[in-house]
Design a protein. Structure first.
Length: 287
């Protein structure tokens, strides 16, 4: 079977029931593929949920969307669609904190990420990604739960730009190895004791920059296909709407409420990582 036929069939067919057929007159047709209506609904709902959470918290689109889309879209299409959706949602939701953007503050994170990503990419062939994600997820769950139960965040307000750079090298390495650069940067910004607008303005600007570079690399390497463009068109409207609604909700939050929401999202992200990686590890162990 040709690769395009494989992609078209996997995106179109409900992989749980295999009930859909390409002759279904109710099927949704987008550039490059035909999608079963129920699958299209699942994709749109995933975009709405992930876009809203990103609009409120300023991050986590990738973790949420991947956990919802991975069951209906093949990985080669999930990753570019997640990157596209994250950029689109960030561009909408960052408008609520645009006055707090400081390029001087963002620069160390971008430079550190540029150093760390290639290191992570080089480590990837030697890394058990599922084990790594399980460990990161477990740490996120434990730490977020402790903070939500009333523990104070460590104060690293004196870390300076050198600390920001060092942390972003670590985050970039994690991103290059397993696409998990978001949680450490978000957590670090909270521990820097910045107010909620400064936190969001910093990490959202970093995410927009790194994701744009990633999407450009996909385009240059030919990973973006007509199928990708079709999915981009399907998810763009719900992401725009839900990210805007989420960012409006964010404006009414106090600093304490935002911190709590932030760690609830981190907790959910950790649970998502633990659940997904456990599934893969158990399946591998059962072979």
């Amino acid at each position: 079977m040709a690769r395009n036929d494989f992609v078209d069939n996997l995106v179109y067919t409900d992989i749980r029931s295999d009930a859909a057929t390409k002759n279904d007159r109710h099927a949704l047709r987008v550039p490059g593929m035909t999608i079963d209506p129920w699958i299209a609904v699942q994709i749109v709902v995933g975009a709405l949920v992930a876009g809203f959470i990103q609009g409120v918290s300023g991050f986590a689109f990738g973790l949420i969307a991947t956990s919802l889309w991975a069951w209906t879209i093949e990985p080669q299409l999930v990753v570019p669609t997640v990157i596209f959706g994250s950029i689109l949602g960030q561009l909408i939701s960052i408008q609520s904190v645009r006055k707090s953007i400081q390029l001087r503050r963002v620069a160390p994170f971008l430079l550190g990420g540029a150093v760390g990503v290639p290191i992570g990419a080089a480590l990837l062939p030697h890394l058990d990604v599922d084990v790594f994600r399980f460990v990161v997820g477990a740490v996120l769950v434990a730490y977020s739960a402790i903070v939500l139960l009333g523990a104070r965040l460590p104060d690293v307000s004196g870390a300076g730009r050198g600390g920001d750079f060092a942390l972003s090298v670590v985050a970039g390495t994690m991103g290059g190895a397993s696409a998990l650069s978001g949680p450490p940067i978000t957590l670090w910004c909270a521990m820097r004791q910045w107010d909620k607008d400064d936190q969001r303005a910093t990490y959202q600007t970093v995410f927009i920059g790194t994701h744009t570079l990633t999407l450009a690399s996909y385009l240059a390497s030919g990973l973006l296909t007509l199928h990708s463009v079709g999915l981009f068109g399907l998810v763009a409207p719900p992401i725009l709407l839900s990210s805007w609604i989420g960012s409006r909700w964010y404006r009414g939050m106090s600093g304490a409420t935002f911190t709590r929401a932030l760690f609830l999202v981190l907790l959910f992200s950790g649970l998502t990582l633990v659940s997904a990686s456990s599934h893969h590890l158990l399946r591998f162990a059962g072979r």
